[in-house]
Unconditional design. Structure first.
Length: 471
């Protein structure tokens, strides 16, 4: 077997150099909460309403299927990240496994996704604030949030960790409380609330009221609600014990997904009729609490959603800046972007925040064309990233078994069978997106962005006189 130039080792050393310049200020409790809070976002609290409206009670099946796919992806990513922790995470793994162009494509696509997401989360958070403080301009709230979290990320990484720790703790507390109240209501223990039995699960059109088409729409909605878990493998490189930290976080991913997502959906569709307009209009959590007569449910959940949005902003600025820093260290971006001051890539933090703020401005200036183009372009990026993760794991697992089997602290289950199952699942989601009119345009725009990045990555790779390593 041969390895060619600009050897993978050189790229690996570049990634290690980038991580060496960053501080290691994240503690195990920070990593645990980042992993725990990473699965709880505004998409779960609000966005899941559209999935319920489409799939009805079968949304539980949709979340279970997509959750299974995410668990496989996280297990694969955990295996590679525990063996070789790096702030570039899957971008570094793709470069080592496939070649520099793959690391370039996966890394910059993810950076673009995170930056646009920062803008979307800022808009959502500003909308909540203007509801509480009528007459205040949304742009002022957006500017405030951007300044706060840009400042947080410009400081020592432990500040990011502390913010995420408390944000995640509040989100987890809210979900646990909701599930506790919901279970009591389901079994008929909650005062003044009758146990619903299976009425809402089998009535009003049955378990799958809109047939397989409704289930497909719910499945697509659920797949993209799981985004955010990848951040923990990026953060692990700046923790006190990277290998131990990422291994522990990944190993607990299964029950987090089962409890928070699938458990929540099961409680909601059991308690509230799936066609209740409030589920989509107010959000399923608010609709459920209102249905149970919980006082001030809307206000309470708005606070939780605001926290989820701010947490996502904080985490996405962090993830984007570290991904950019790692890419630059591997000669895949402008050098100025990778400069590190006091253990923090401050230029990357500022640029990532500014790009997010620009997305907000575009939502005001060009909402019908440029901003919609941004939204459509990021529509399927997370699936592209997952694809690179799976292919990289197929290659790196065999290489690690040959060269350093002791590094396999976390192992993919039933390798390589389940890796191929995951790839088949991703292919199926791509096909389903192509079939649905609402998601087809997203698939096309994301595909266009991916091809452009791959082409640029190939040009850079050829300019460096290198080829992908061959096993």
């Amino acid at each position: 077997m041969s390895r060619t130039t600009a050897p993978a080792q050189t790229d690996q050393q570049a990634g290690a150099t980038a991580d060496a310049t960053l501080t290691h200020g994240l503690k195990q409790r920070h990593l645990s909460m980042i992993a725990l809070g990473g699965v709880i976002g505004a998409g779960l609290f609000v966005g899941s309403g559209a999935g319920i409206a489409a799939a009805g009670p079968s949304i539980v099946v949709a979340y279970a299927l997509s959750g299974l796919l995410v668990m496989l992806v996280m297990r694969m990513l955990g295996e590679m990240s525990a063996a070789n922790p790096a702030s570039g995470s899957f971008s570094v793994h793709a470069e080592r496994a496939i070649g520099p162009w793959a690391g370039f494509t996966a890394g910059w696509a993810f950076w673009f996704l995170l930056c646009v997401a920062v803008g979307l989360e800022a808009i959502g958070a500003a909308g909540i604030m203007t509801g509480w403080f009528p007459g205040t301009p949304e742009w002022a709230w957006v500017a405030l949030f951007m300044l706060v979290f840009c400042g947080t990320n410009l400081a020592a990484v432990k500040n990011f960790g502390e913010f995420e720790f408390w944000f995640a703790a509040l989100k987890v507390g809210a979900i646990v409380l909701f599930l506790g109240i919901g279970v009591l209501a389901v079994v008929g223990v909650l005062p003044d609330v009758d146990a619903p039995g299976t009425t809402n699960l089998t009535g009003d059109g049955g378990f799958m009221p809109n047939g397989t088409e409704g289930l497909i729409v719910g499945l697509l909605a659920s797949v993209f609600a799981y985004g955010g878990l990848e951040t923990v493998t990026i953060a692990a490189a700046e923790s006190e014990h990277p290998v131990k930290g990422v291994a522990k976080a990944v190993r607990t991913a299964m029950w987090r997904i089962a409890v928070f997502y699938i458990g929540s959906m099961a409680v909601i569709v059991t308690l509230v009729p799936w066609h209740d307009e409030a589920v989509e209009k107010k959000g399923p959590y608010v609709a459920t609490l209102d249905h149970l007569g919980i006082p001030a449910a809307g206000g309470i959940m708005n606070v939780v959603v605001l926290i989820a949005l701010l947490s996502a902003m904080n985490a996405n600025i962090y993830g984007a800046s570290r991904m950019a820093c790692s890419l630059v260290a591997r000669d895949q971006g402008p050098k100025a972007l990778g400069r590190v001051f006091g253990g923090v890539p401050r230029v990357a933090v500022v640029v990532s925040s500014v790009f997010g703020f620009l997305c907000v401005l575009l939502s005001y200036w060009r909402p019908d064309d440029v901003f919609m183009w941004l939204l459509n372009t990021i529509g399927a990026i997370i699936l592209v990233v997952w694809f690179f993760i799976a292919v990289s794991q197929l290659i790196l697992r065999r290489r690690t078994e040959r060269e350093a089997p002791e590094k396999l602290v976390v192992k993919m289950w039933l390798f390589p069978a389940l890796t191929w199952v995951a790839l088949a699942g991703m292919a199926a989601v791509f096909v389903l997106m192509a079939r649905e009119e609402g998601t087809r345009v997203q698939l096309l725009w994301t595909g266009g962005l991916t091809l452009v990045l791959a082409a640029v990555g190939h040009l850079i790779q050829r300019g460096r006189g290198s080829r992908a390593p061959v096993d």
